[in-house]
Ligand binder design. Structure first.
Ligand code: S3P
Length: 438
């Protein structure tokens, strides 16, 4: 089915999609489990840790800050053992920290380090260095942080001179789990409580893990309050649930392909992340959730998806933070749905790994889709078959995988340039796709 030449992959339309996959460990939970266990007191073992480049960047940064971390097990499903020595166990790094492509790594580390008594410089790759950081710098400065960049520029690389912080009451201008989590990390060691209000709920993995580890945190709907840590965080050993943002590619592939049945095992179904399931169901997808359970405070389940007859829907408002990373692949679903799909209130897409409103519209249009970019989303007129051609991932992992799904159903062959960038979040993606298709 696939011919691979360096970073380019060619995919022929597939006759059927059948079988089972277990997605890699959740990226958001893995970042948080690594960071919070690094400042807990004692040893924790995290299995099914996210294998992609993003979470490995977090591990390298934490090691550079003096945290003993051992990685064992198979590359696709690593186990990470961390020996935390409390926040005082962190040491000034001898060199600049590199968050690579990961905004979550960079932002959470700024929150963690703003109150530590040493100097840190964090940079990232070209895409991360172009992303806005003022949305985090402003509230951190309100807490007393000393954080600065090049003259007139609030993008990475940035320098933090750690100093004592004070808790704040802050209204987040955008619903962002990264900003919320960074401020909670800073608030743990500030004097006085931290109260955050969000315009709508965003993923709550930090809150769940902090509670599990003994922090005094209360959250309901749009409000989170945290008291500074008195004593220490208890280490949390856990098995990370499968990443629903990775499963999303096969949820859509199964629903739009006309000869498909895919079982997705051990997938996280935290309600702050399941917008993709709600939207696919509203589009008419045949999708079943089985074997629901909770492990280490996080819900997970098995999901079965089958060939479906989809119709267009409107996606916007409070749903957006619950499926923000899944919008590129939902745009592919919309191409195959009858009628019109409109995505609104998703300006955040413009500041992800690529400007996803521009890149998704351009590349799907190349495949013959009717997609109109809007300032805050996209309008897609579905129901016509796509045709294979040459497309590009724009070095954006989520676009690479979304185009892979489109290619499975498009007529003929599709060549995706820079497709191997998928390894940022899902190193075995192309292999899983090959296993399911025939
Ligand atoms: C993430 C939050 C989201 C998401 C990103 C991971 C997290 O970003 O797009 O891939 O782990 O907190 P924002 O919180 O900035 O929307």
């Amino acid at each position: 089915m696939m011919i691979q030449a360096q970073a380019t992959i060619t995919i022929a339309e597939s006759r059927s999609l059948q079988g089972e996959i277990t997605p890699p460990g959740d990226k958001s939970i893995s970042h948080r489990a690594a960071i919070l266990n690094s400042i807990a007191s004692g040893r924790a073992t995290i299995s099914n840790f996210a294998p992609g480049g993003d979470c490995l960047a977090t591990i390298s940064c934490l090691r550079a800050l003096g945290v003993p971390i051992r990685r064992t097990g198979p590359g696709g499903r690593p186990t990470v053992s961390i020996h935390g020595n409390g926040a005082d166990g962190l040491r000034e790094a001898t060199d600049v920290l590199d968050a690579r492509d990961s905004a979550t790594a960079m932002r959470l580390l700024w929150g963690l380090l703003a109150g530590r008594p040493f100097l840190t410089i964090i940079t990232g790759d070209a895409s991360l260095r172009s992303r806005p950081m003022d949305r985090l710098i402003d509230p951190l400065r309100l807490m007393g942080a000393d954080i600065s960049g090049r003259a007139g520029d609030s993008r990475a690389p940035l320098v933090i001179k750690g100093r004592p912080l004070t808790g704040v009451e802050f209204d987040l201008p955008v619903p962002s789990a990264q900003i919320k989590s960074a401020l909670l990390l800073a608030g743990l060691f500030a004097s006085g409580g931290t109260v955050l209000r969000q315009p709508s709920p965003s993923r709550d993995h930090t809150e769940r893990l902090l509670k599990l580890m003994g922090a005094k945190l209360e959250d309901e709907a749009n409000l989170v309050s945290l008291r500074p840590l008195s004593g220490h965080l208890s280490p949390a050993s856990l098995r990370v649930p499968g990443d629903i943002s990775s499963a999303a590619y096969f949820l859509v592939a199964g629903a739009v392909h006309d000869n498909a049945r895919i079982v997705i095992r051990d997938c996280g179904v935290n309600p702050t992340r399941t917008g993709i399931i709600d939207v696919l169901r509203a589009m008419g997808a045949r999708l079943e959730i089985l074997n629901r359970r909770v492990e280490a405070g996080e819900p997970l389940a098995d999901i079965v998806v089958e060939s479906s007859d989809l119709k267009g829907v409107e996606i916007g408002g409070e749903l957006i933070p619950r499926l923000v990373d899944e919008l590129p692949v939902l745009a592919v679903a919309a191409c195959y749905a009858r009628g019109r799909t409109v995505i609104r209130n998703a300006t955040e897409l413009r500041v992800k790994e690529s400007d996803r409103i521009a890149t998704v519209s351009t590349e799907l249009t190349r495949l013959g889709a009717v997609v109109e970019p809007l300032p805050d989303g996209m309008e897609i007129h579905g129901g016509r078959r796509l045709s294979g051609t040459e497309v590009s991932s724009h070095l954006d992992h989520r676009l690479a995988m979304s185009l892979g799904v489109a290619a499975l159903i498009a007529k003929g062959k599709t060549t995706i340039k820079h497709a191997t960038v998928a390894r940022v979040s899902y190193p075995s993606f192309w292999q899983h796709m090959g296993q399911l298709s025939s």
